[in-house]
Design a protein around this ligand. Structure first.
Ligand code: SF4
Length: 478
């Protein structure tokens, strides 16, 4: 697979996808979906799409780019209906091309089924063979198209189709699907990726995170349960436990990095969880230092917690250019070498001569961290002590997060001292698994923590499975 790297950042797991759905007959559902997706933009910046149903037809608009560049007033006005789904995408399976943008839509009976997916299937190979045996010609290279094809093939109501298809799927999925007369939201039996349900004036909303409910003025009702399928209509919701729920394994990286700080996970604001990770980190290891600084934005809450617990003052020390997101314009070699400066700029007057504790949430490859440490030293920092508010990442993710291959992970086979030396820091400490668990305040078995432990809650394919699927699909799709 050609991994699309964020040219500015090889040190955070890359974002996944965000899904949104709304049923509200007297409201402008396309506009509500637009704003819902806007709130979920941090989960994927490569493509955006909305599908709307007016009861007779499903219309889809999807395009590469940010939500605000894909949709404008005329396009939103043309998407008229009573229910809608939306999707923002970061490519975890399949290259970043238009065919892979979502919602995916395929003919179903006399109409269409459209689908938006957050997650990654671990049995794509077997499903692909099954779908091809059904006579379906794959256009895209995503597992989302496989799920859509399976739903398109099933007769009966969409809810029945979902309940028949879910037992065929293995892996992580939080999905919204739409036909002319039904919207169904469903989630894998381990609940790896988040999905929440809310009410909005005149209807119902489903979204990857509660921040999207807030954005459209919806009230949080509950999580969509692990293994649950919920049909949402103007009359209300109908829930079916399509698959027996196993032990919930919510991705712990939602708490560490992915979810927006104002989203709520398990009744607690994500900001608070990160703040408490900083407190636990300070209980484990405090170096002699003058200032605690966080790398904005994701490192900031943990830095504030660390400062409170350690008694070392917190300060902003770098300014982030918020508008350097993933870009289709790749920097040339010279710009690439200066990549960190495109994203962060140091506040020299704050940093000069100071011993810094720099709090960040994770390190994947170490490349960006090395440049950041160098940038702080160039700005006059006397010492740089890294404190990371998650344990070392030593295993890849098969459930929809683009981490890296195992041989690219800097923490594999290296001690903290060796990693500190490799990135040029004066010291380094990772939050322990126990410390992380104390901060999130739930038993370890409520979360997937496989990228730290290698204990995968859902069977994973051999590492080449995903690449093989894409290569075959690409050959088939031309
Ligand atoms: S392996 Fe890591 S990133 Fe992937 S779902 Fe599990 S906790 Fe999340």
């Amino acid at each position: 697979m050609t991994r699309l790297e964020d040219p500015m950042d090889g040190d955070h797991p890359n974002e996944e996808c965000g899904v949104f759905g709304v049923v509200a007959p007297d409201r402008d559902v396309a506009r509500i979906t637009f704003f819902g997706l806007h709130a979920l933009q941090h989960r994927g910046q490569e493509s955006a799409g909305i599908a709307v149903s007016d009861g007779e037809h499903v219309m889809v608009q999807r395009e590469l780019g940010l939500v605000s560049s894909v949709f404008d007033e005329p396009s939103l006005r043309s998407l008229v209906g009573h229910s809608a789904i939306g999707h923002v995408r970061y490519s975890t399976t399949g290259k970043n091309k238009w065919d892979n943008a979502q919602p995916v839509a395929l003919p179903r009976g006399d109409g269409l089924v459209a689908l938006g997916h957050n997650g990654n299937l671990t049995n794509s190979d077997a499903l692909r063979r099954r779908v091809e045996d059904m006579g379906h010609e794959l256009r895209a290279t995503t597992d989302s198209e496989l799920i859509t094809a399976l739903l398109a093939h099933e007769p009966g109501s969409l809810l029945d189709a979902v309940c028949n298809v879910m037992p065929l799927l293995q892996g992580a999925y939080s999905i919204v699907a739409l036909t002319e007369d039904e919207l169904v939201a469903f989630r894998d039996p381990n609940g790896v990726r988040p999905l929440v349900l809310g009410t909005v004036d005149g209807g119902w909303v489903v979204a990857s995170e509660t921040c999207a409910l807030d954005q459209v003025g919806a009230e949080f009702e509950r999580e969509v349960g692990a293994g649950e399928a919920v049909r949402i209509t103007a009359e209300g919701t109908e829930s079916r436990q399509a698959m027996p729920a196993t032990t919930r394994s919510l991705c712990i990286f939602e708490a560490i990095y992915f979810a927006r700080p104002d989203s709520i996970l398990d009744d607690t604001a994500v900001w608070q969880l990160r703040h408490d990770m900083g407190i636990e980190l300070a209980r484990e290891s405090v170096p002699g230092a003058d200032l605690v600084v966080g790398l904005p934005d994701s490192g900031t809450p943990a830095a504030i917690g660390f400062a409170k617990e350690s008694g070392i003052p917190f300060s902003e020390a770098v300014v982030r250019n918020r508008y350097v997101g993933r870009s289709f314009i790749q920097p040339d070699q010279e710009l690439r070498a200066n990549g960190v400066k495109l994203k962060f700029n140091p506040l020299v007057s704050v940093i000069e001569g100071k011993r810094l504790v720099v709090v960040d949430d994770s390190i994947v490859r170490g490349t960006t961290t090395r440049r950041t440490v160098q940038m702080l030293k160039d700005a006059g920092a006397a010492e740089v002590h890294l404190r990371i508010s998650s344990p070392p990442i030593t295993w890849p993710c098969f459930y929809g997060i683009d981490m890296a291959d195992r041989d690219e992970l800097i923490a594999v086979g290296q001690t903290e001292a060796e990693i500190a030396a490799a990135v040029g820091a004066d010291s380094l400490h990772y939050l322990t698994l126990d410390g992380l668990q104390r901060a999130v305040g739930r038993p370890a078995d409520g979360y997937c923590r496989a990228c730290f432990t290698g204990e995968y809650p859902i069977p994973v394919p051999d590492a080449s499975g995903k690449e093989r699927f894409e290569a075959q699909a690409a050959a088939g799709a031309g």
